[in-house]
Design a protein around this ligand. Structure first.
Ligand code: CA
Length: 355
């Protein structure tokens, strides 16, 4: 949306009588709407947005306050970026790949199958050119994205029946997010992306036979272990899924410089807190789930091999279709390849030695 219309829309929605945002800024109090794709009370994903909003308010001494709207409250969960682009809200919270229908290259700013872990992803964003590519692609829609945290390595999914070979996947209805869903489709899975609150009812009713959501902490909070006690780890498709704060670029540019810095630094602080929360409470939840009889299993080797093959086909097709996908993929892989060698030599070794 063009800048003037955005300002009018934002000011009318926010202040009722003002026709531009200037009076709000002059009075020293700015109120923005902040819809999230996720249930705002959910641990991890919800904390990510509510603690970000509190941090911005505290750091700005109340000059910038953000009203959080839970997933679906102001706009549908998968329409947060659209709302921020159109000016329905000035700022939003989501994960980039929920808007990958606009541009497949966006997947790299969330996560891709057999891709980077959370710490590697931040390393690429900050030092490997990832943030610059993210800025370039979001600017086309008048958006600016800030990394605000990560779920860490997710679960491969909860299944009602054991997966002993690739054949067992064929015909399954599965809730799965991201490009992993495309890879699963090539192996005969009917992959569906349901918004979070719809996962449990669909799994319970039998509409889906398998579901991945996040990891032990959130999967337990959403009751997936009440449907089956079989959980596959890790998520080949989400080795580290990133969360974002997305801002309307015109609204952001209109902020005084110190408030711009506060938005950026609050997102950064929240990112550290969020990964710590996922790592700590996923561990606690894993122990509790095991006590309740949940079995954590790895997919058999032939399934992983098939998923790798299917992923390569999906990635090749997207790179051929979309030059921006190919461009971001090259930057991503330029770091992923040596990072894999580094991880095996250093982190991989310490994981082996301490167990
Ligand atoms: Ca997931």
């Amino acid at each position: 949306m063009e800048r003037r219309k955005f300002l009018q829309g934002a000011a009318i929605a926010g202040a009722g009588v003002a026709i531009t945002s200037a009076p709000a800024i002059a009075s020293g109090k700015i109120q923005w709407k902040l819809p999230t794709s996720f249930p705002a009370k959910a641990p991890g994903v919800g904390t990510n947005v509510t603690s970000f909003a509190k941090r911005v308010e505290a750091m700005s001494g109340g000059r910038l306050s953000l009203k959080v709207y839970s997933g679906g409250e102001l706009v549908p969960p998968f329409a947060v970026e659209d709302a921020v682009q159109k000016g329905t809200a000035e700022i939003g919270h989501s994960t980039p790949y929920y808007s990958a229908g606009k541009n497949s290259a966006i997947h790299f700013f969330s996560t891709v199958p057999f891709g980077m872990t959370a710490t590697e992803h931040v390393a690429w964003l900050r030092h490997g050119g990832g943030q610059e590519l993210w800025d370039e692609i979001y600017a086309e829609r008048g958006l600016k994205g800030f990394y605000s945290g990560n779920s860490g390595t997710q679960s491969g999914g909860w299944f009602k029946k054991e997966i002993n070979s690739v054949k067992d996947l064929s015909g399954l209805n599965m809730r799965i997010a991201g490009l992993g869903g495309e890879a699963m489709r090539k192996l005969g899975v009917n992959a569906i992306l349901l918004p979070p609150p719809e996962i449990f009812p669909a799994f319970k009713s039998g509409a889906i036979d398998a579901a991945e959501w996040v990891g032990p902490m959130l999967d337990q909070a959403f009751g997936l272990n009440k449907i089956t006690d079989l959980c596959y780890t890790p998520a080949f498709h989400e080795p580290g899924a990133a969360l974002e704060i997305v801002v309307n670029k015109d609204a952001f540019n209109d902020l005084p410089k110190d408030l711009q810095a506060i938005v950026e630094e609050a997102a950064r602080a929240t990112s550290v807190e969020t990964l710590a929360q996922f790592d700590y409470f996923n561990t606690q939840a894993m122990i509790k789930l095991k006590e309740k009889g949940v079995q954590f299993k790895e997919f058999p080797e032939d399934v992983i091999t098939a998923l790798k093959g299917a992923t390569a086909e999906v990635m090749d097709d997207l790179a051929k279709e979309n030059p921006q996908f190919a461009k971001v993929q090259k930057s991503y892989n330029d770091f992923l390849t040596p990072a894999t060698e580094y991880a095996n030599l250093f982190q991989g070794a310490i994981y082996r030695q301490r167990s």
